[in-house]
Ligand binder design. Structure first.
Ligand code: ADP
Length: 506
């Protein structure tokens, strides 16, 4: 093995080797596995920038970049585009999975933003201050006011930026915890992730920014205090990617049951809405590089997850008029309340679940429902009575529940559960229901950052060369995230971090 590597050793490879010997490799996730990979796998990479290196006790290929971005979710892709457009062209984006987009692919509700041109066009009165206040309130004032303010203040610009990339989010709705329509969706009302990810990927490709698929970041490389690269496993080959800056955009931890229960033992056994790559790698790498992790026990459960398929039923379904009823056919809570409260109320119901019940109007207005239907999780009836039979709920009770709910709209009566948002009377005709219960959804805590997306240590000092954006960071949501705020977070801070790094390296 060493012969093969040494035979490819070039002058630049020797330089790399010298550099590598004076760098400390920060132990990251699967450090042992990475070492095994180094010793046991072929290193004859064929990437043009690959250099052989023959440091004593370690042999591997290396590549040089200005910026390495880890993760191809909304945050990572946005960072790549904005860094490139700000003049940083030697950029690479890594993705451990064979598919790009991460959990951003499944973002359903939309992107919250205030004072946007689309709100103005639609006469929706909103303000950045209201957005900030409602975000902090939603998180019971445990979010970081400075980060939240930055997000609100830059949200409209992020909507414009996406529009300039051909990603138009002009269909505006409500999610739980907001008093005005500020959740921006694609024009046809479809799930935002399926427009956002392909749009961002296209913009990355148009710029010729390389995306390395099946390339897993294993650990950060440090030179003194500074992060100067990433050790990766690219399709079974160990490499070091040298970089002037590294952005962690690795998303959350929902698919890592061990890590979830480390921080939240009470969530053992919960289903997750997360894709299998959401294993919390970024937290481990950042922490080992000296960054502080904050609010890691703040793992959001989402109240409307179909349990057999782990399908998340978008909040827009309730925002469009759907109600939650228990096994007795009765409503039990304000469906538009915050996710933590709705989840807790559901768990108190018989069997710990609810039926999300809606009519044809809601079905037609939410494109995602046809997908749920295709997945076989939507129960149907041509009337309330037929639906009640299909879901084994008392028909008279369900009819009474719907009549009482309709009266909020038709007779202006106050809802006994205090619902004031998205109260839309059911029309006669087809009725639908999806059985839901809470599921692990979003890591609200994470790497401590400032408004420059610099990863901070416990004393609040930036770790040179290390940045983070998106779900892997903490501080925006506090202990409860408002639906639609994660997409705002990844877009505002993803765009920001690319610009910040480009300016820092200029
Ligand atoms: P965000 O919403 O913050 O952009 P996502 O979950 O959408 O987060 O995307 C994060 C992406 O990072 C996912 O595609 C995930 O597979 C990828 N990822 C996570 N850990 C690693 C890693 N160690 N190396 C490379 N990619 C990673």
């Amino acid at each position: 093995m060493s012969t093969i590597v040494k035979s490819t050793l070039s002058a630049s490879g020797m330089e790399a080797s010298r550099l590598l010997t004076r760098r400390s490799f920060v132990a990251g996730i699967g450090a042992t596995a990475a070492l095994v990979a180094l010793g046991g796998l072929g290193l004859s990479g064929c990437a043009p920038k690959t250099q052989g290196s023959g440091a004593a006790g370690g042999e591997e290929a290396s590549e040089d970049y200005d910026l390495v971005i880890v993760g191809t979710g909304g945050a990572g892709l946005s960072a790549a585009i904005s860094a490139y457009d700000a003049g940083l062209t030697n950029v690479v984006v890594l993705e451990k999975m064979a598919v790009n987009g991460g959990n951003t692919n499944f973002s359903s509700s939309g992107m919250n933003a205030s004072e946007t041109k689309f709100q103005k066009e639609q006469n929706i009165e909103d303000s950045n201050e209201l957005f900030v206040t409602e975000t902090l309130d939603g998180g019971h004032n445990t979010g970081d006011p400075e980060l939240v303010q930055f997000m609100g203040d830059n949200s409209a610009a992020a909507i414009d930026w996406l529009d300039s990339l051909g990603i138009k989010l002009d269909n505006i709705t409500l999610t739980g915890g907001m008093s005005v329509k500020r959740c921006h969706r694609p024009t046809d009302g479809s799930a935002v992730g399926l427009t956002l990810v392909p749009g961002l990927v296209a913009a990355v490709q148009e710029r010729g920014i390389p995306m390395k698929m099946s390339c897993e970041a294993k650990e950060l490389v440090k030179d003194g205090d500074a992060v100067v690269g990433v050790k990766v496993d690219e399709k079974g080959k160990a490499k070091t990617l040298n970089a002037k800056a590294v952005i962690l955009a690795t998303g959350g931890l929902g698919a890592n049951q061990e890590m979830v229960t480390k921080y939240r033992p009470d969530l053992a056994g919960y289903v997750t809405t997360n894709q299998p790559g959401a294993t919390g790698d970024g937290y481990v790498m950042a922490e080992n590089a000296g960054a502080e992790l904050i609010q890691m026990d703040q793992i959001q459960i989402h109240p409307t997850v179909e349990q057999d398929t782990s399908t998340l039923v978008a909040e827009g379904v309730r925002g469009g008029g759907a109600i939650l009823v228990n096994a007795d056919g009765e409503r039990f809570f304000d469906e538009m309340s915050t996710r933590d409260k709705v989840s807790a109320a559901e768990l108190e119901q018989p069997g710990g679940f609810a039926w999300c019940v809606f009519d044809q109007q809601v079905y037609d207005a939410n494109k995602a429902i046809a997908k749920y239907d295709d997945a076989g999780i939507v129960q149907k009836g041509a009337s309330v009575a037929e639906l009640a039979e299909a879901i084994d709920v008392d028909a008279a009770a369900l009819a009474d529940t719907i009549a009482a709910y309709n009266a909020i709209t038709t007779d202006g009566v106050a809802d006994e559960f205090g619902r004031t948002e998205g109260c839309i009377a059911f029309a006669d005709g087809n009725m639908y229901a999806i059985k839901v219960a809470p599921g692990i959804h979003h890591a609200m805590g994470g790497i401590r950052i400032n408004t420059k997306n610099e990863a901070l240590d416990a004393a609040g000092n930036p770790i040179p060369g290390l940045y983070a954006a998106g779900e892997v960071t903490g501080g925006i949501h506090g202990n409860n995230r408002i639906g639609g705020n994660a997409v705002c977070d990844i877009e505002v801070f993803g765009k920001n971090v690319g610009e910040v790094v480009a300016a820092a390296l200029a």
